[in-house]
Design a binder for this molecule. Structure first.
Ligand code: PAF
Length: 295
């Protein structure tokens, strides 16, 4: 176990990053409340840069990506246990800046425009969310001098958009996408699961079940609309849960053009908590295709 260096300011992180390192720097960007999914990202980061490289974990709840009626003020926080996780996972540097440190001028003038992909699915439900995400991701990658960054597939649209930003803006960072980490009951790990009551947690199990039903439908060679329908019908039949969207797209979240690899993306509300999940689906049959456009 290593004691990670704690950097709180821009000056701190600049000083730490100016020290010689034997390899590349991998940054795992988080909003804290670390769980096993974050630990898996940290391990992947270490594996990528090796023992001589540097792993930095950022802990910053980014106000720019929260809408006015969202959960910014009550977002789960567990700083001491987060640092303990970083210690256990052999993290070299924890960068946990204040809002003033990240946004020293207060209001942000220049932001990253996610384009059309930022307006569908999560972007439609949370206007401005991905502008806030991409802006802080770019800032944190710059501040930590990252060569590599690791993102989980749970927030699939975020991962696709980070990849797009890196490609479209020529950011010199390698983006690694890691599979969704799940709890024993199949529910995707998320810091927001902490909001769920015991009863709501039982309801949330319907989400991985719906994804499994869709995969099962796909294995019988039905078309995309039937696969989507298998998940949607199951979810809409559940009580205590409301469906925000169930969509099937290509792996880049574009409308499907035909059989092949696809992504089934789901957002539901359980009580006051929005939960996201998704799965890779192989579509064998031409079947019938979603109309697209209303994602
Ligand atoms: O996925 C998250 O926790 C956040 O969106 C991120 C990438 C740390 C940016 O604030």
């Amino acid at each position: 176990m290593t004691e990670p260096i704690l950097a709180r300011t821009r000056a701190d992180i600049a000083e730490v990053m100016s020290r010689p390192s034997g390899g590349k720097t991998a940054a795992v960007l988080t909003m804290g409340a670390l769980h096993d999914g974050h630990a898996a990202l940290i391990r992947a980061a270490r594996q990528r840069v090796g023992a001589s490289g540097r792993v930095v974990v950022t802990i910053f709840v980014n106000p720019l990506q929260f809408g006015p009626d969202e959960d910014l003020s009550r977002y789960p926080s567990s700083f001491d246990s987060d640092v303990e996780t970083c210690r256990r996972e052999d993290v070299d540097v924890v960068f946990a800046p204040s809002v003033n440190e990240v946004y020293p001028d207060g209001e942000v003038g220049v932001t990253v425009d996610p384009g059309e992909l930022g307006e569908i699915l999560e972007g439609a439900a949370r206007p401005g969310h991905f502008t806030g995400v991409l802006t802080v991701v770019l800032k944190l990658l710059n501040l930590t001098c990252a060569d590599v960054t690791c993102f989980g597939e749970k927030d699939f649209q975020q991962l696709v958009l980070v990849r797009r930003m890196v490609r479209d803006l020529d950011v010199e960072v390698e983006v690694l996408g890691l599979p969704i980490a799940r709890a024993g009951d199949g529910v995707a790990l998320s810091s927001r699961n902490a909001y769920l009551s015991d009863e709501e947690r039982l309801v949330a199990k319907a989400i991985p079940t719906a994804l499994a039903l869709a995969a099962e439908a796909a294995s019988t060679s039905v078309g995309a609309e039937a696969i989507r329908g298998a998940a949607l019908d199951y979810l809409t039949a559940q009580s205590g849960l409301s469906v925000e969207y169930v969509e099937i797209t290509d792996p880049e979240l574009r409308p499907l053009a035909g059989p092949g690899p696809a992504r089934l993306v789901v957002a539901v509300r359980v009580g006051h908590t929005r939960l996201l999940d998704n799965a890779h689906i192989d579509i064998a049959s031409a079947g019938s295709w979603p109309t697209g456009g209303d994602q």
